[in-house]
Design a protein around this ligand. Structure first.
Ligand code: HEM
Ligand code: HEM
Length: 177
């Protein structure tokens, strides 16, 4: 079972990431105006909160431990941990790319109204590269999360083990697993 703190971080951050995607996708179809601008700044807030929560989450994981996954074949254990590593990497890189892209276009970044330091001065050429990396990063997250959710469902429905329960709640655990 993951600790309460690890589970809280997991679902809070999954929600923030979902929100970041929803906001940036929904605003595409809106006409220019306050709502469209506001949705981009909420996108940045959600993404920056993800970045801010990575370190406390890693600490919670180190202190609270991880389930042993002892019942799984080694290839599944390696894939599960590699997938988690990829997700952590993207939770760091994706918001940093977004932050950098905004600074490279000469604009400041703030989190919930508090100004953050600039990672760079303006540089339009580098900005388009970093913005492209941010777009590719979005796709990479979707692929990783897709595989991650498919693996969670595979374990719950087909293997009938406690992998999904370990991220939800004790009551879902199967007594015979
Ligand atoms: C979990 C974190 C984040 C995720 C998953 C994410 C994801 C995305 C996605 C999918 C797009 C659309 C890409 C496209 O199709 O062009 C996007 C655009 C963008 N993101 Fe993020 N992002 C995150 C964090 C941030 C942060 C922290 C910032 C800035 C502080 C930021 C700034 C932007 C900007 C300026 C755009 C371009 C919007 C536009 O031109 O319409 N993002 N992001
Ligand atoms: C509906 C969506 C999701 C489901 C059903 C889900 C399910 C799970 C389950 C069952 C585990 C425990 C199994 C294991 O240890 O590998 C887990 C762990 C994990 N998940 Fe998810 N997940 C979801 C979304 C996400 C998202 C969006 C991210 C981040 C981008 C994420 C990142 C992680 C990480 C890093 C772990 C390892 C435990 C930790 O350090 O917190 N998950 N997830």
């Amino acid at each position: 079972m993951y600790s309460v703190a690890s589970r809280a971080f997991h679902w809070m951050m999954a929600g923030l990431i979902g929100l970041a995607f929803a906001l940036v996708w929904l605003r595409e179809d809106l006409p220019k105006g306050d709502l469209r601008t506001g949705m981009l700044s909420w996108h940045m807030d959600a993404g920056l909160l993800v970045l801010a929560l990575v370190l406390p989450r890693v600490i919670a994981r180190l202190l609270g431990g991880t389930p042993a996954l002892a019942h799984m074949p080694p290839w599944q254990r390696i894939l599960a941990r590699a997938g988690e590593g990829g997700l952590y990497l993207m939770m760091l890189l994706q918001p940093l790319m977004g932050w950098l892209a905004v600074n490279l276009s000469g604009r400041p970044v703030s989190l919930l109204g508090f100004g953050l330091p600039a990672l760079s001065g303006p540089d339009p050429a580098l900005r388009s590269l970093v913005a492209e990396l941010h777009e590719v990063g979005g796709w990479a997250i979707l692929v990783l999360v897709g595989l991650h959710v498919a693996a969670a469902l595979y374990h719950h429905v087909l293997c009938r083990d406690d992998v999904l329960a370990s991220m939800l709640w004790q009551g879902l655990r199967r007594p015979d697993a």
